[in-house]
Design a protein around this ligand. Sequence first.
Ligand code: ACO
Length: 376
Amino acid sequence: MPTAHKGLEGIVAAQTRLSFIDGEKGVLEYVGIDIDALARLSTFEETTYLLWNGRLPTRDELGVFTADLRSRYALPAGVHQRIASLPRGAQPMHVLRTLVSSLALDDPSPNSNDAASARQKSMDVLARMPALIAAFDRSRRGLAAVAPRADLSFAANFLTMLNGAEPTPTMARAFDACMILHADHGLNNSTFAARVVISTLSDVYSALTAALGSLRGPLHGGANEDVMRMLGEIPSVEAAEGYVRQKLEGKAKIAGFGHRVYKAYDPRATYLKTLAKQLATDTGNMGLYEKSQAIEGVMLREKAAKGIYPNVDFYSATTYHCIGLALDLFTPMFAMSRIAGWAGHVIEQLADNRLYRPDAEYTGPHAVAYRPIAER
Ligand code: ACO
């Protein structure tokens, strides 16, 4: 009889060439390149090329890739009407999942899964994520959508479409680094969801939609919003220690801490902590950063021995707040970046596919007699 591995912990379910994690040492590499180097030196476009092609592009290759991406920034006809018809109070992750799913309706051949088609569809969805999120956010604020700017990077174009004004170079660069840091992360839950769906030879839209559904959960990408809510609940830096201790005494988990794979400091959190501090200083949000530091201090004293450290969601909350993003757009930011990783995994899975179909350990009864409903 098979034995269940709850949560598939420790089970190797796929091979990948996209990213490598050493959870004990706190290492993350995309195609062998350290995440810190990529966050400092690369761009989101170049990093996406790396994930989808297994190597860094030449200058010409990057130019072609970037131009292709930018040529797809605009939404297909009719999508703006679809967005306008959505309830203004809808949660952005539900909206995004619905809209990404609906992009299949605008594709004349949504099911084609050959390598070239999978790349084209991935490029389309990635390019349109900024417009989808920005147009919905503006629509719910009663504002007209802003046309995409093909002269701007992915990060700068998004912030421009969201705010109706170009970001400063510092903000655009900070946001670009966030996009790089969130782009891929091994066989995390949402990536696994995408691979499971595409392994039936379904379609790219269905795989990405499933991944979005997974990401929004509070144990996964939804944690960045919970971190911000927690920071809002804590009235002062001095109150942080008492707040955390009370939660821990009640056996509650602290959002933004702990990870299935990392038992050391998440290297993305290391970068984001520095970024959060810089942006908090620049934008007058040091109180938020100091509260975060105070929470981290208690958690390290109480939980580091158990391998519980800040994860990617902890300092991304302060970072996104300082960039000026609404709280409920935090998880969509994660999604916008992670589309690069999900699509890369979908392409990888299609190139060497085997249907995911694990076993279950049956724990119910056997040989039970059927009792007619009148006798129950
Ligand atoms: N705060 C306090 N204690 C924690 C935390 C936390 N954030 N995370 C784990 N623990 C404790 C658990 O209570 C448990 O303690 P016990 O052994 O005394 O019962 C032990 O650490 C193991 O925790 P599990 O939840 O079993 O570990 P798992 O590998 O399933 O959890 C997870 C990983 C889900 C991320 C967990 O750490 C958590 O819920 N964190 C908070 C939510 C969060 O930040 N999620 C984002 C993760 S990063 C990402 O997905 C992008």
